[in-house]
Ligand binder design. Structure first.
Ligand code: SF4
Length: 364
């Protein structure tokens, strides 16, 4: 871990929206603006499991297409994809989670789950006679306002289906109008597929026959849709993006930032968002802290604890690596921002995690 400093940046218009970003746009449009302005380079590391998610996703795609069909191929490809991911992370300077095999929790269990996917008896799920498979197929509209890679398109003559692979749960609990708990497809998943369906229509002149989510049990969840619904959603997404860009042009960002625990907690652009920092000041709902570095203490094992003054409260954060001691010393009495901490069952004690990150506080 090192202490980072955010360089000044200029807010830019969103040049293109992908179907997978639409849900994020509805949650907090400012997140899209920050991502665009920072060249889509996240300012915070992800949880190690998120990096492994990309490997699992690729495995599912290869199994589905029949490129990995037996155990030997499975093991070789699994190892090769992990190595590839590790090399990619190392090249980006993300080393805290390497090797993935040691740093991703339950990685053995995840491998078994994906192997189960390979062995599933429903291996004919994707067989459609002379079907053609288009993995990671790029689809976009003619203005380039919306574009993205659909996980898999299967075509057979005029018939087509768009599949979206999900490595986690595809449903969530919700409460209906009568107050009963219901299980529903996660918000955003259905919309994403409907947007791909409309992009497919714009490219091919016809809608796909099916839209499906595929989970690790090889279960297909069909998303009901109509052409009008897909078109309306596309128009709404483009209109929202145009509105956002108009606000960027006018420099009026206040209405774009929508701080909430659910949207900010996973936002990888938090260090650049002064709306979030103002919100955090009052809420302290996420695992981030912004405050003045008051003191530090080194233990016999080398680990460093720090205390930070946050709104009149003194908070202790344990478990920083000794290599950080010198950098922290030079910041005593200064304001720092600490992200991705772990809570220690109390509101005044936190623990530094491998993916925690420190930034010098900046005046916005
Ligand atoms: S930190 Fe929250 S308010 Fe700021 S851009 Fe991210 S999601 Fe939006």
């Amino acid at each position: 871990m090192s202490i980072n400093r955010l360089t000044r940046f200029k807010c830019r218009k969103v040049s293109r929206l992908s179907p997978s970003q639409f849900h994020a746009l509805t949650q907090c449009p400012y997140k899209m603006v920050l991502a665009e302005s920072l060249d889509r380079k996240p300012l915070l590391p992800c949880h190690p499991s998120a990096y492994m998610g990309a490997v699992i996703h690729k495995m599912i795609e290869l199994i589905t297409r029949g490129k990995v069909s037996d155990e030997q191929q499975f093991n070789t490809t699994w190892d090769a994809l992990i190595q590839e991911k590790e090399a990619e992370l190392a090249a980006e300077g993300i080393t805290f989670c390497l090797p993935l095999l040691k740093n991703v929790q339950n990685i053995g269990m995840k491998k078994i789950q994906v192997k189960h996917y390979l062995q599933s008896k429903q291996s004919d799920t994707f067989q459609h006679g002379t079907a053609r498979f288009w993995p990671e197929k790029w689809l976009e509209d003619k203005d380039g306002k919306m574009g993205g890679k659909a996980d898999l398109i299967v075509e057979n003559g005029d018939w087509a289906a768009i599949y979206d692979f999900k490595t986690g749960k595809i449903t969530e609990e919700a409460v209906d109008e009568e107050g009963s708990t219901i299980t529903q497809i996660k918000t955003g998943y259905a919309g994403q597929l409907k947007l791909y369906a409309h992009l497919y229509f714009l490219c091919k002149g016809r809608y796909p026959a099916q839209l499906c989510l595929v989970d690790l049990n090889k279960q297909l969840t069909h998303i009901p849709f109509s052409a009008d619904e897909c078109k309306d959603l596309y128009n709404e997404a483009v209109r929202m993006m145009d509105d956002v860009n108009q606000q960027v042009e006018c420099g009026t960002f206040d209405s774009l930032a929508r701080c909430s625990e659910s949207s900010c907690r996973g936002c990888l652009y938090r260090p650049a968002c002064h709306y979030y920092k103002e919100w955090l000041d009052e809420h302290l709902l996420t695992n981030d802290l912004i405050g003045v570095l008051l003191s530090m203490q080194q233990f016999n094992n080398g680990n460093v604890n720090v205390t930070v003054g946050v709104n009149g409260r003194t908070i202790t954060i344990a478990g920083f690596d000794k290599a950080l001691k010198g950098s922290l010393e030079t910041r005593l009495g200064k304001k720092i921002e600490l992200y991705n901490l772990k809570r220690d069952n109390s509101s005044t004690h936190y623990i530094a995690a491998k993916y925690s990150c420190i930034y010098d506080a900046i005046q916005h």
